[in-house]
Design a protein around this ligand. Sequence first.
Ligand SMILES: [Zn+2]
Length: 273
Amino acid sequence: MTPLVDIGANLTNRSFARDLDDVIARAFAAGVGTIVVTGTTVPASVDSLALARTRPGKLYATAGVHPHHAAEVDHEVLAELRALQAEPEIVAVGECGLDFDRNYSPPADQRRAFADQLAIACDLGRPVFLHERAAHADFFAMLREHRPSFPRGVVHCFTGTGDELDAYLALDMHIGITGWICDDRRGVHLRELVGRIPADRLMIETDAPYLLPRDLKPQPRNRRNEPGLLPHVLRAVAAARGESPETLAASTSATSRVFFGIDGVTEAGRTRR
Ligand SMILES: [Zn+2]
């Protein structure tokens, strides 16, 4: 089977601090060939970059500020995010977006931080790793406004409605699907929707340590998700699409490599720059 790409894993989360090497080794052993480590603040993005450099050609990272931390975004933060985009292991701007579910940062700060990060992606021609929760209308309006100017964007951990999905696809967005689809209470609607996503727009992710698939048996005692469980997500998405896991592995990996532009980035690529 084609090695999988986990497009979103929060490997710098402190829940991995004690056994990160084992977690990464398990992922590779399970058939995950590439992991994109999610950056959620400047320090987390710097840590993600450092981690990516320990596994050249296998780990990559994003650099951005999650909407929960939007209140911290100032000129200095934006300058650091912009500088990080020059690093070969950094493959996208994000995670950025809007999250009005808990409003850890005030909505006005979230809109500003999101617009500023979209502007970086537009200026530098970078792909964007996007987070939206309970904010579809505002989020979509901002995406549409900037859409002509950034090359590619993935709505990560999509859990929305059919109308929301159609709207994103009409904007030529990519869609990231997590183990949410394995949830018999909240994820059933996704099983009908994933068949609408063209293969060249569909990617898969664990969002580890969050979103442990609810149908996984036995459930690990610590309830922690990890990238080695991506094949479980793959099988659920493949079943919902009426495809074989092998077919979906090949298409999602190809789509992810093109999206993040990761084929040319190796240790050699680093020294060339
Ligand atoms: Zn997210």
